[in-house]
Design a protein around this ligand. Sequence first.
Ligand SMILES: C[S@@+](CC[C@H](N)C(=O)[O-])C[C@H]1O[C@@H](n2cnc3c(N)ncnc32)[C@H](O)[C@@H]1O
Length: 230
Amino acid sequence: MAGFDGPAFYGDRWAEVYDERHAGLDPVAAVEFLAGLSSGGRVPELAIGTGRVALPLANREIAVEGVGASQAMVDRLRAKPGGPAIPVTIGDMAQVPARGPFRLVYLVFNSLFGLLDQVRQADCFASVARVLDPGGVFVIECFVPDVARFDRGQRAETLAVTEDPATLRLSRHDAVQQRITMQIVTLDGHGMHLRPLALRYAWPSELDLMAAHAGSAAHRALRRLGQAAL
Ligand SMILES: C[S@@+](CC[C@H](N)C(=O)[O-])C[C@H]1O[C@@H](n2cnc3c(N)ncnc32)[C@H](O)[C@@H]1O
């Protein structure tokens, strides 16, 4: 798999600016919620990224570990205080390369939608079901799609205009594939910088069905109502 479909693609293209671009996201609510569900065992985060949620959770004495596709993102995690202590497996969250059983597995910030077709998303649920303890919980955090944002399958937005950079977001929407393909374009005194992103959204009912098919009786979706697609 290459380009958008390569598991490491997003992280490799975003690692350099990921923390800076998402500095406004407060992980406290997610950390509180996850801490309340953990019951003493190891807790894997799928798509751990730079540790935005994993690090504050580990600071609560929870034995967080991670799976991530992009070494560049994991290198950023490693460079942070507490980062080297978090075990991370480089691999594909659709396959969940982790040995359970776990009481809690989580996948936050819409990252399930980084698996770009329904089969790979369903594979992820099935793989999690394999490593979950029979009473275990899989927590996902996803936005609820708002396809009215698109006009005939496209949208162009001006995200920021300052004295130097201007930032645009150019999106295409494929309603059949439930896929959004974007470029975040920054124009500044040094030129133009592209940050590409693709996601395949799923409806809440579809997520519930995937979980039911995977046999994970206990599943919860922590939904960000109204959040715009990344
Ligand atoms: C939006 S970031 C979220 C990172 C972190 N969970 C957070 O909340 O900040 C998405 C992450 O998913 C990772 N990722 C994308 N596809 C993946 C895959 N197939 N397997 C594992 N990780 C993947 C990317 O490398 C990136 O770190």
